[in-house]
Design a protein around this ligand. Sequence first.
Ligand SMILES: [Zn+2]
Length: 416
Amino acid sequence: MAGETNGQVRLAERTVVLSQLRKHVEEYARLFTRAKAEVGHAECLCRTPAPRLVIRCSRAGRYHLAGWPGEGEHHEADCPFHKLPAVLSGRRDAYSVDAIREGEAGVSIRLDTTLARSVKAAPRTRAPVTQREGLARRTVGLLGLLHWLWEESQLTAWHPRWRRRTWWLCHARLLEQAEGCFINQTAASEVLYIVPPFRPASPEQSATALEMFKNRLGRHGLKEHRGLILGEIKARTLTKYGVGYALAHQRVSLFASAALDERVRRSYRPAFADAGAEQDARRVGLFLVDLSPRGNLTVVDMAVMLVTRLYIPADSSHEVAMGNALAAASRAFIKPLRYDGTAAVLPDFVLTDVTPHAYVEVYGIRGRKPYEQRKSVKQAYYQRQGADLIEWDVTEQIPDLTGRQNPPVRSPQSRR
Ligand SMILES: [Zn+2]
């Protein structure tokens, strides 16, 4: 996995390879403690001057490095801490400070769903927080959490130096991200099960991990517990009682009622459209699950994300085609995410191997008024920014995406 983990960091004057640090975090505990006490932060060596990194220490005493808030763009495009400026993420406008809080011990997320409810109280699925239209949300929805995990794990980004990305790598990055994270004040590692890659040599390992997660669900004392499962959806099949979702790398399926399945397919139409399959698309789901009396995993709610072959999110099958084409053309790019639906004007993709960054827009449905409006709003926006733009009208061939000396990008002005 060249690149994605090859970066170097400085901890209290010592230079350490990031992948080594992540693999053997306990062995570096003393160095972490010293760096935190003497310097107060770590440094990333992707650039000079070296950008700062936050040293976090979880309640369990495990150390973790994170990008300095708001300084992601100071890192090289292939650095694990690189991020687009906040204006290019739906997160900025979607939530108030209460929804996602970043602190010394990690990140605290308020999910809009109760994960442990008192058995005596009247049943409810939503936390008693009213969301008002047009205002920043005080809680994060399932899609918002999925987008947050993906963006923070840098899975929204691609760089040709990374060569390939599998579920194995997604799992490792997501697990690391979840490590320093709390969901509704509980350690994410306790409530969130990220499907581990199947190891043919030790199939019982995955089964044991899933059993341990299932044991935490259901009634314990006066609380009824639910959990979250994050995995790649392999197949959706009709059963006698509703619908089964088979996940990649996992033998046990998840079950949903026909009514929930219908609502989800309506809400996440592009993710379930047949066109995705032609474009080599994948689907990732975040499931809120209950344990049925018979011990099955029952889906209470879910969010789905369409992703490319390399797990880069996409809003439509056309965007999947563009994402795959950009990777095939050896471009470095990032997909900005909307989180729980914001009105922010976000480009479909941002090319990070040119300075200033260029934008990619995919225009899908012609002749519809909202589409034409959106297109002109975006073109005007890029003109104001002075940013280069690649536009693809899907009724035509994908434009040439290669070459940085003679970039295929052109400014919107020059088209008139
Ligand atoms: Zn860096």
